[in-house]
Design a protein around this ligand. Structure first.
Ligand SMILES: [Zn+2]
Ligand SMILES: [Zn+2]
Length: 314
């Protein structure tokens, strides 16, 4: 990372053009730059293009210098900055420009990096289970700090129009969040709610829609020993009740997976501990934003969980 400071000498106004490269789209970087610039009373703009994020910032020289210093250090947690380049350019002056804004994305270049999908954050999980929230039990809850990225993007710059969410027009409430710099969903591209976003459906084995609550219906299928193909963002998960040896064996034979272990989904780390030995490093991985599959030693006395899930594995 390089961030040569070009402003900061003398007390007059200064203006810089800054380019930031790395994973800087879809991670809340523009809102972050916007907030930082406003805090330092700078004018100018920030936007996405095919190479990353471009910024022009103007204000008192010491404030512009501080902006450059603080820019990499307080970047959003999901951002990965590879490079920052700064060029001093002529000042525009207050009569030519007022305030700091987020400008439309520009085309050109196709080299920027898009963030991977990120597990639902604690704030969104709280909303999911809050009966007073309009996203109560909304399966597609997300915000600037979490949710799908790579699997919904069709093109860069990363904007809603370039994602699979383009066909879902935001309702008034979602649009207000999207446009509010103080909101957790400011410029979160996949923002949606039960009124305006995708919906769940449950189809039977012949592709006919099943009436009733699709989640309750899917749970009933799992409880009765059936297989549910859960269409996720990046493909299908084939799911069975891991405590039902017959269901696991049926999935094994249909998938022709005779001995490869299956991943077991648990609600949280406490639930994982009832099945496996979870050390500090494993716990850190399990709750990290990537939420990877983690291979763990099984408890000798772990009662739940069919042995067929991971046969022959210690
Ligand atoms: Zn979130
Ligand atoms: Zn909505």
């Amino acid at each position: 990372m390089s961030s040569g400071e070009v402003a900061g000498r003398g007390g007059g106004p200064a203006r810089v053009r800054i380019r930031v490269e790395g994973i800087v789209q879809g991670v809340g970087f523009r809102p972050y730059v916007h907030a930082l610039a406003r805090r330092l009373a700078l004018s100018g703009w920030v936007g996405n293009d095919g190479r990353g994020v471009f910024i022009e910032a103007e204000g008192a020289a010491e404030d512009v210098a501080r902006f450059q210093r603080e820019l990499p250090g307080q970047a959003p947690p999901l951002a990965v900055i590879d490079r920052i380049s700064v060029t001093a350019i002529p000042v525009l002056g207050e009569r030519r420009e007022r305030g700091f804004g987020i400008v439309p994305s520009r085309d050109g270049g196709r080299r920027t990096l898009v963030s991977p999908d990120v597990a639902t954050c604690a704030d969104c999980l709280a909303e999911l289970f809050d009966a007073s929230c309009r996203r109560h039990r909304h399966p597609f809850v997300n915000c600037t700090n979490c949710g799908p990225r790579f699997t919904i993007v069709r093109d860069v710059p990363y904007d809603r129009a370039a994602t699979t969410m383009a066909s879902f027009a935001m309702c008034g409430a979602c649009a207000a969040e999207y446009g509010d710099p103080g909101d957790r969903r400011f410029h979160a591209q996949p923002v949606c709610c039960p009124r305006c976003g995708p919906v769940l459906r449950l189809l039977d084995g012949r592709g006919r829609e099943v009436a009733g609550d699709p989640v309750a219906g899917a749970v009933a299928v799992l409880r009765s020993g059936g297989v549910v193909a859960v269409k996720g963002l990046g493909g299908y998960h084939l799911a069975v009740d891991a405590t039902d040896a017959g269901a696991v064996a049926a999935l094994r034979s249909r998938k022709r997976r005779e001995d490869k272990p299956f991943a077991v989904v648990v609600a949280n780390v406490a639930a994982a501990r009832r099945l496996c030995v979870v050390g500090g490093e494993a716990e850190r991985l399990l709750v990290s934003p990537a939420r990877p599959i983690v291979v763990l030693p099984r408890h000798a006395e772990a009662a739940p969980g069919s042995p067929v899930v991971a046969e022959g594995v210690a």
